[in-house]
Design a protein around this ligand. Structure first.
Ligand code: SF4
Ligand code: SF4
Length: 505
């Protein structure tokens, strides 16, 4: 299949050799699991359990009240339930620091494993061929499945776009373009038949004739395993895409495979396509075929400061420190630790934060692997311009945002920036450009919220004014009616008195 030209991108050293040859290992049960109620895009779940409760593995422990658990349909909310990752006892429900950039605290349910690690009662397996669209989407929603490539968007809500758009293609993202990360690569090499089964279920749900599984051209073993698993299935094929960052971004994958561009603020479904990650397809296989909710994910632990890098199937809620210990600890004090890859990952320092549905990797990097923390002024060299895969002028965006000119930055395309970090990677002044864009986008969001708030207040004031005017009108009408009634009564009384006077005469 011929590919289309994609502008921009960079070729960072991928460091995948550190963990790519390590098969996925299980992780011994930790002493405690820490399950955030917000591991997805959208509304947070609320705990359904109390301290002291005994729970079984896979038991529902968190749900957003607005989440739809009854058959999918157009009212499926943007949220995802949370399940107990193992059997045990709830020991706490508390606010703790969450593994995201804000560093803010959120509600976590603490679970002490009982060691049995047995599944509780699970929903019956579904046969995708005889199950309805609504049943399958509901199962995926009830299983708490979200985009496991790191996006964490609830999968059921994505699949429901079938009801609004005319879809023709499903793209499976196996182009794991972030350096160091090999979790998708290993999953494809080790679990290809299960992933392909999940992809077939997705294809059936979406009712699309074409499935493209995109894999980086350096991941031959993964591509071979997936081709073998596809066998003679119709309409499904593996396509190798160039190893170039950020090829794994949804928009750039679509551009490379189809030549089409997803307009800013639009969804791939508007072009008739849906993109899902290989890990998500694997989770769908388990949910539909065995009724198992999402309680674990594959995580790469890597970086020069890790003694024994590797890939692990990790129970959600496992603390990062437990994984670091399993890898033999640190070989030296890390210069930087990241959740995710080095291009888009989130820095962290607290080993007590847990693995969540969005944790693709944990990196502990040495000084030589990290860019210097001190940056110099922009020298207008222009190196960032050809690196940008979105055709933006990163240095202009930087100047505008750093001068708090958010509106002009939006006009210059800040909203189109996918925060991929390709510009920062090539910047000789080591300017942390992405941090500025994050800030700019945050400010833009605040501005939008402020505008929305002002509009809401104006609407409320207008409504209050209208109500007051209506009340005054009604009052006046009543007074008028009363006056007329008095006048009519008076007239009638005078007429009666006149009649009586005539009678007497
Ligand atoms: S972070 Fe934004 S501006 Fe920089 S290269 Fe990526 S898309 Fe372009
Ligand atoms: S690469 Fe860095 S120094 Fe060069 S123009 Fe872009 S922001 Fe400025």
């Amino acid at each position: 299949m011929a590919l289309f030209e994609v502008a921009g991108g960079v070729h960072p050293k991928d460091h995948k050799e550190l963990s790519a040859y390590r098969a996925i290992l299980g992780v011994p049960l930790p002493a405690e699991l820490c399950l955030p109620m917000h591991q997805h895009i959208g509304m947070a779940a609320k705990p359904l359990v109390q301290v002291g409760d005994l729970v079984s593995k896979g038991q529902l422990i968190g749900l957003c009240a607005k989440g739809c658990l009854e058959g999918g349909g157009s009212n499926t909310a943007i949220t995802a339930p949370v399940h107990a990752s193992t059997s045990g006892r709830i020991t706490g429900i508390e606010m703790q620091r969450a593994p995201h950039p804000s560093g803010l605290s959120e509600i976590m349910v603490m679970l002490e494993p009982d060691g049995a690690d047995v599944w509780g009662e699970l929903p019956a397996p579904l046969d995708p061929k005889t199950s309805s669209f609504a049943e399958l989407v509901a199962r995926i929603q009830q299983s708490g499945i979200v985009g496991l490539g790191g996006a964490m968007f609830p999968t059921a809500a994505k699949l429901e776009t079938r009801t609004r758009y005319d879809l023709h293609s499903l793209i499976i993202n196996g182009a794991e373009c972030e350096p160091y990360l090999t979790n998708d690569d290993r999953l494809m090499r080790e679990q290809a038949p299960k992933i392909v089964d999940g992809i077939s279920i997705l294809q059936h749900i979406l009712n699309v004739p074409e499935v493209i599984i995109a894999i980086e051209d350096r991941r031959e073993q993964a591509a071979e395993a997936m081709r073998a698993a596809i066998g003679l299935r119709e309409g499904m094929k593996v396509v190798l895409v160039p190893t170039r960052y950020p090829m794994g971004s949804e928009k750039h994958l679509i551009k490379a495979l189809t030549g089409q561009e997803v307009p800013a603020g639009s969804l791939p479904s508007a072009l008739g396509m849906i993109v899902n990650n290989v890990g998500t397809a694997h989770a769908i296989h388990k949910a539909v075929r065995y009724g198992q909710p999402l309680v674990s994910r594959i995580v790469t632990v890597s970086g020069g400061a890790i003694n024994n890098p590797g890939n692990f199937e990790v129970l959600l809620g496992t603390k990062i420190g437990h994984l670091v210990e399993l890898c033999g600890g640190f070989s030296q004090t890390p210069e930087q630790m990241l959740i995710g890859g080095p291009m888009m990952g989130v820095p962290f320092s607290d080993l007590e934060v847990p693995v969540t549905k969005g944790t693709t990797g944990i990196l502990a990097l040495t000084k030589t692997e990290v860019k210097p923390g001190i940056h110099r002024p922009c020298i207008r060299c222009g190196a960032c311009i050809p690196a940008c895969p979105c055709g933006l002028q990163p240095q202009d965006l930087f100047v505008l945002v750093s001068n708090e000119k958010i509106e002009p930055a939006l006009e210059a395309g800040l909203a189109d920036c996918i925060l991929c970090g390709a510009c920062a990677y090539v910047c000789p002044s080591h300017i942390p450009l992405v941090q500025f864009y994050h800030y700019g986008k945050g400010q833009a969001l605040l501005m939008r919220q402020e505008v929305a708030r002002a509009k809401r207040l104006k609407r409320l004031a207008d409504e209050r004014l209208l109500r007051a005017e209506e009340k005054a009108r009604q009052k006046k009408a009543k007074q008028e009616a009363r006056k007329q009634a008095i006048a009519a009564r008076k007239k009638a009384q005078e007429a009666q008195e006149a009649q009586e006077g005539e009678g007497k005469a």
